[in-house]
Design a protein around this ligand. Sequence first.
Ligand code: UD1
Ligand code: UDP
Length: 364
Amino acid sequence: MKILHVVGARPNFMKIAPVMRALSTLPGDVRQILVHTGQHYDRNLSDIFFQELEMPAPDYNLGVGSGTHAWQTAQVMTAFEPLAMELRPDWVVVVGDVNSTLAAALVCSKLGIPVAHVEAGLRSFDRSMPEEINRLLTDQIADLLFTPSPDGDENLLREGIHPDKIQRVGNVMIDTLVRLLPRAEQRWSSLQASLGVGDYLLVTLHRPANVDHPQTLAEIYTALEEASHWLPVYFPVHPRTRQALDRLGLPSGSGVLHLLEPLGYLDFLAMEAHARLVLTDSGGVQEETTYLGVPCLTARPNTERPVTLQQGTNQLVAARTSTLVEAIQRRLMEPRKPHEPPEFWDGHAAQRIARVFAGWMEKA
Ligand code: UD1
Ligand code: UDP
């Protein structure tokens, strides 16, 4: 069986790495091909993860780069179509909800190449989010849908997806966390020495709704400055956010508000695991803090990962200075709640995916 995996942006790498490892243990003739669309290309958004996650180098890099949504999606489609036609894989695996995910799925559906979507069924019910459009459309055309949590199954069934296509396997991003947390912990003491930190707030922000609106970004930044009077703030800044901060002319960190370059996976995971509190708008970070039991504030009006609110340590908060400051203060005073990771967020999701493919191989 020939399986082609498509990745493009930072969170895709943590999701595909365990899937490729698990498939490589299947008996029989399984050939895996990795295609990087090039949506993310900076070392700290791409190459570093191949090293740290011990992934094979991509067999193909489409070198697409940045642009508007239509341009980027079209570029991936145009570059990927001839490759898919030439390689004719038995399955194409796409992960998550980025533009590369939808573009590859769309190409394959028109070529009659079966598509498996890992992390299917998540819904924020907010169509102003580009990722929600990518999720809805990818799930409609995928042939096999691997969901991380029961809400994913419910959403897909409600949208008319045949139950036979849906497989609840759990969370592959947590597979990577479980495997690499011991290695991240090994780095903690030297990281702690260089940062000189006790309690701190860890921040990530990159959603267009927060960072592309100057007023909203300024409100969040002011809240971070205020919070930095009570505890150090570490903020590895995504390039989209860096550009937005530069446009606003906001200072690049002051006092104990530390604006950093984007971190590699191991350093970020160590910082996450030891944070007193995390403020984010990232999907993956909501999940990782849920698993780790680290208190998390998500600066968004909704989340496509409701299980992180119900079972995890996550809480939604409006991106306004006063609301953020109040929420940070409150969470800092609260004792940590007992927590239990959601079902199948256990380090074995990718093995469940591999078993499904093994079943397909037997049928073929
Ligand atoms: C993308 C995904 C988002 C995901 C995020 C993960 C879409 C629609 N969005 O958002 O779902 O959560 O990745 O981080 O697919 N840039 C660089 N260097 C890079 C890549 C990007 O400087 O290596 C800059 C470019 O100016 C680019 C901007 O960042 O225009 C945004 O990049 P893009 O890939 O379009 O979207 P993200 O905001 O990264
Ligand atoms: N992450 C990282 N370095 C950072 C910030 C995040 O390695 O500086 C990791 C984080 O641990 C998680 C993933 O990136 O595994 C989340 O990706 P991102 O927030 O870019 O995208 P999203 O999950 O929102 O789609």
